[in-house]
Design a protein around this ligand. Structure first.
Ligand SMILES: Nc1nc2c(ncn2[C@@H]2O[C@H](COP(=O)(O)OP(=O)(O)OP(=O)(O)O)[C@@H](O)[C@H]2O)c(=O)[nH]1
Length: 194
């Protein structure tokens, strides 16, 4: 965490671990790297101003308020069991140019549901949206339908063009935050019953 904020602010920064799962070659590492370089959730608000003058990418839509509140660590090794208790949110990725990878989304989804005891926010991310239409094997509509059926948010992104990447991580962080508040409320409610 690059930091120029005060000690007091540091103590309020929450750390979330995000796992990126998906078939080989869908662009998990590049997605993680792009987001890391965007520095949303890692840097300071000053860094954010610097980013705001970069053109041709969406990092200028970074939210300084979120950035000051959260830090994320991204795991992209597909090892679900090993990171069982440490993962707060999951991205299941497939590539729009790889139909097989699309078919694997549900397999990953079921695996997560089988492994995690508690509710963990999951979003489905279609990668490589910059590719020309002749390379596209999965339509946006099909991606939306699948995500909808699984009850997940859906986004199409391009790590290469840095399009939609910040938005995807921001949506997930917001879901994680909401999920945590809900879990705390459930626990408080249960404690009252005892
Ligand atoms: N056009 C395009 N290519 C991309 C994009 N993201 C990744 N790639 C390319 O896709 C290939 C695979 O990317 P990786 O990030 O290594 O994919 P991965 O899912 O981590 O792969 P594994 O480590 O094998 O699981 C590389 O050649 C990347 O440059 C993108 O947004 N657009």
């Amino acid at each position: 965490l690059h930091n120029s904020s005060s000690q007091n602010e540091d103590c309020c920064i929450q750390k979330f671990n995000i796992a990126i799962l998906g078939a080989s070659g869908v662009g998990k590492s590049r997605l993680a790297r792009t987001q890391y370089l965007n520095r949303l959730f890692f840097g300071t608000i000053e860094d954010n101003k610097e980013l705001s003058i970069r053109e041709n990418d969406d990092s200028r839509r970074s939210d300084p308020e979120l950035q000051a509140k959260f830090m994320i660590e991204i795991l992209d090794n597909n090892i679900i069991e090993q990171n069982l208790n440490e993962v707060h949110g999951v991205i299941i990725a497939y590539s729009i140019s790889d139909y097989e990878s699309f078919l694997e989304v549900e397999k990953f989804f079921k695996e997560i549901k089988g492994v995690y005891q508690k509710e963990v926010p999951i979003i489905v991310v279609a990668t490589k949206s910059d590719l020309e239409s002749s390379k596209r094997m999965v339509s946006t509509k099909d991606g939306e339908i699948l995500a909808n059926r699984l009850g997940c948010l859906f986004m199409e992104v391009s790590a290469k063009k840095n399009k939609g990447v910040n938005e995807a991580f921001t949506e997930l962080v917001q879901l994680i935050e909401k999920n945590m508040i809900e879990q705390e409320e459930v626990q408080r409610f249960r404690a009252k019953l005892v």
